[in-house]
Design a protein around this ligand. Structure first.
Ligand SMILES: [Zn+2]
Ligand SMILES: [Zn+2]
Length: 228
């Protein structure tokens, strides 16, 4: 099945598993943030995003028998269990946390829009399994190959998630706040104080109820900072 797909893409005759990959590449690609379906790209080894194996899909490292090829698989998207929409008509498509522990914690949080329960929508775009991406560095090139087509909406990007959190924080500033909330904001506004989890456990432990304002629950534990 994958062979027939590969034949469709004559312009790229290589496969990521080939013993030798072409080194006479005439054209390198611009970095693709949202690679989808069965695509291949050749990036420059200087490309910063390619060096980081970046994707706007939430991809996590997966074991691969070939240690020269990095394999990543898609985690899908986190959606609102109430299927709510924001005032401007958008759906909630959160970015799944890459780290297992952080992702479990994330699913116990509430929808940032309606405070309903969150749900992880798994990716089944590769024959019922998650879409996989492969990365391989050879000489002056970084080869990329994707297998499967994502069967779920795009998660918000990291930049969008950060923007949303800062808007939520600004909104909290206008709502009546407890002394504790006020103190956290003061800590957060200190230069260099990016780790505020120490101040939050009391608040985080209550978010299971999924009814109170979830504005302060946007940060994940620092035991696994996202690296993708
Ligand atoms: Zn919702
Ligand atoms: Zn996917």
């Amino acid at each position: 099945q994958e062979d027939s797909v590969a034949q469709h893409e004559e312009m790229t005759s290589w496969d990521i598993n080939d013993t030798r990959l072409p080194q006479d590449v005439r054209q390198i690609d611009w970095f693709q943030e949202w690679p989808d379906s069965y695509v291949k790209h050749v990036y420059s080894s200087e490309d910063k995003n390619a060096q980081r194996h970046h994707s706007s899909w939430a991809m996590r490292n997966t074991n691969n028998h070939n240690s020269r090829i990095l394999k990543k698989s898609c985690l899908g998207v986190v959606v609102c269990g109430n299927d709510c929409s924001t005032l401007d008509g958008r759906k909630i498509y959160l970015r799944p946390a890459i780290c297992d522990k952080a992702r479990q914690k994330q699913q116990r949080k509430c929808c940032p829009n309606c405070n309903g329960p969150l749900q992880l929508l798994s990716c089944r775009g590769h024959g019922g399994y998650p879409v996989t991406n492969f990365w391989r560095h050879e000489g002056q090139f970084i080869f990329f190959q994707s297998k499967g087509a994502h069967d779920h909406p795009r998660p918000e990007t990291k930049l969008e998630a950060e923007a949303r959190r800062s808007i939520q924080k600004a909104q909290t500033a206008f709502s009546p706040s407890s002394p504790r909330l006020k103190r956290i904001r003061e800590i957060e506004s200190l230069p260099g104080a990016t780790q505020t989890q120490e101040a939050l456990p009391l608040l985080l432990s209550k978010t299971d109820a999924c009814l109170q304002p979830a504005n302060v629950g946007g940060r994940l534990g620092n035991s696994c900072r996202e690296l993708t």
